[in-house]
Design a protein around this ligand. Structure first.
Ligand SMILES: [Zn+2]
Length: 404
C-alpha cells in the first residue's frame, strides 16, 4: 500500500471547538508519552491497556477514536525516543510542543466533491472544515483508485493521506540508465538500436548546500558564546536548506519520470547505500551525499506510485571500467574516459553505460539489449535544466529538447 500526504489549506480559521480539541489531543499525547516511559512500553495497544481507563476519566468527552489515535502518536514518539537512546544520542524526555492531531480514517468524513471535512469533537458536536481545493487537489480527490487514510490537523492546514495499492510496473520498451553526480544526472537512453546521451542538471543544489554550509559556520562563530541560540539558528538554517534542495530535486525527479513514462522506460540507478564521500573536500561537508540519496528516494517513490520499473545496481568500478574491452583503470580523473582500446566518452555517461550493462547481465532490464557501438556521440537529450524551473508547470512539449 502506497500513501501520499496532500496538504490542504482551510478556507477560514479553525473553529474554536477544533482548537480546543487540538489542545486536548496534545495533552493526551503528552500524558500517554509519560505513562509509556514509566511503564517502558511503546506500542499503541500496550499504551491503551495501561492508560485508557485513566484517560477516559481525564477526557470524559473526547471522541474515543481520537483518544486511541493519541496513543498511536505517542507510540511513534516513544519509538523514536527509544531508537535515539539506543544509539546513545543525548536527548531529552520527549514532549510534543506543536499543536497537532491525527484522526484515523474512520474518525472523520471528507466529502470528496465539495472538499468539506466533518470532524467529530465529542458526542453531538461536529465541526466542518472547508478545504481550499485547487486543480492539483482535484486530481487526488477525483481519483477513485485512491482511498482516504488518516487526517492530520494543524492550526492552519490539514494533511489528508491518500492511499492506493502499488500498480504493477509495466514491461519496459526502453531504458534510461543514470549516473548520479553532485550537480547532475548523466546517462543514456536506449530504445531499440538507438542510444543517446541524456542529462538532468541541478547545479543549484550544490550552490545552496555550500551557501548554507558557510552560513552555518559563520553563525557558529558569531554565537560561540551562546550554544543554545547557535544550535537553534543552525537547526533552522538546516531545515531551510533541506526545503530548498528538496523542492529542486522533486522537479528533477518529475522530469525524469515524465520522460520515462512517455517512452515506457525502465530506470537504472546506482545503489548508493553504503557509499561514502571520497574526496577530503567532501568529507568536510557531512551532508554532501544527502541530496543524491534523497533524489533517488524521490525518484523511486514516484516511480512506484506511477508503476515505472526502477532497477538499482552495484556501482562498483562503474566509473573506471571500459564497456568495450572490460579493462579496469586505476584512476578516474578527468572529464573524459579514455581507454587503450580507443574508446573515449564523457566519464559520467561512460559510468552509466557500465550501470546499464550490469543491469542487463543480471537480467534486471527486462530482456532489453544494448550495444555500446550503437551510442550516438553527437546527440544529447536534456531531461531537466534549471531554466525549466521558471515555468510553474511543464508545457505541452513535455520539456524535452533534443540538442544536436
Ligand atoms: Zn577499452
Amino acid at each position: 500500500m502506497l500513501v501520499k500526504g496532500i496538504v490542504f489549506y482551510l478556507e477560514s480559521d479553525l473553529p474554536s471547538e477544533a482548537k480546543f480539541l487540538l489542545e486536548d489531543f496534545r495533552l493526551a499525547v503528552n500524558n500517554a508519552i509519560r505513562a509509556g516511559l514509566q511503564a517502558r512500553v511503546t506500542s499503541r495497544n500496550a499504551l491503551v491497556k495501561i492508560a485508557y481507563k485513566d484517560f477516559r476519566q481525564e477526557h470524559p468527552k473526547m471522541y474515543s477514536q481520537h483518544l486511541v489515535s493519541a496513543f498511536e502518536v505517542a507510540g511513534s514518539v516513544l519509538k523514536n525516543h527509544r531508537r535515539r537512546v539506543r544509539k546513545d544520542v543525548t536527548c531529552r524526555i520527549p514532549y510534543v510542543k506543536r499543536l497537532i492531531m491525527k484522526a484515523e480514517n474512520q474518525a472523520y468524513k471528507l466529502d470528496r466533491k465539495t472538499g468539506v471535512i466533518d470532524l467529530p469533537i465529542r458526542a453531538g458536536c461536529h465541526v466542518e472544515l472547508r478545504l481550499v481545493v485547487s486543480r492539483y487537489h482535484r486530481k487526488y480527490l477525483d481519483d477513485t483508485a485512491l482511498s482516504l487514510g488518516s487526517l492530520t490537523v494543524l492550526p492552519d492546514r490539514v494533511i489528508v493521506a491518500f492511499r492506493k495499492d502499488a500498480p504493477k510496473p509495466y514491461t519496459p520498451d526502453s531504458v534510461i540508465s543514470l549516473d548520479t553526480n553532485e550537480r547532475s544526472l548523466d546517462g543514456l537512453f536506449v530504445e531499440g538500436d538507438v542510444a543517446k546521451a541524456v542529462k538532468a542538471e541541478f547545479p543549484e543544489v550544490a550552490v545552496i548546500q555550500q551557501r548554507h554550509h558557510d552560513r552555518r559556520k559563520r553563525l557558529q562563530k558569531k554565537k560561540a558564546h551562546d550554544r543554545r541560540t547557535s544550535r537553534n539558528l543552525c537547526r533552522r538554517e538546516g531545515a531551510r536548506e533541506h526545503h530548498r534542495i528538496e523542492y529542486r530535486l522533486h522537479q528533477v525527479a518529475n522530469s525524469v519520470l515524465k520522460f520515462a513514462e512517455e517512452r515506457k522506460s525502465a530506470i537504472v540507478l546506482e545503489d548508493l547505500t553504503g557509499m561514502r564521500p571520497k574526496r577530503s573536500k567532501e568529507l568536510n561537508r557531512r551532508l554532501s551525499m544527502w541530496p543524491r540519496r534523497k533524489l533517488h528516494q524521490i525518484i523511486e517513490y514516484k516511480a512506484q506510485w506511477k508503476g515505472v520499473p526502477v532497477v538499482k545496481v552495484d556501482p562498483r568500478n562503474s566509473s573506471r571500467t571500459c564497456p568495450i574491452c572490460g579493462r579496469i583503470q586505476d584512476s578516474r580523473m578527468g572529464t573524459e574516459f579514455k581507454c587503450e582500446c580507443g574508446w573515449r566518452l564523457d566519464r559520467h555517461i561512460n559510468a552509466s553505460i557500465n550501470l546499464l550493462q550490469t543491469a542487463i547481465s543480471k537480467g534486471m532490464a527486462g530482456g532489453l539489449r544494448f550495444n555500446p557501438g550503437a551510442f550516438q556521440h553527437d546527440v544529447m537529450m536534456i531531461l531537466y535544466e534549471p531554466a525549466m524551473a521558471a515555468r510553474s508547470e511543464p508545457n505541452g512539449t513535455s520539456g524535452i529538447a533534443v540538442v544536436t
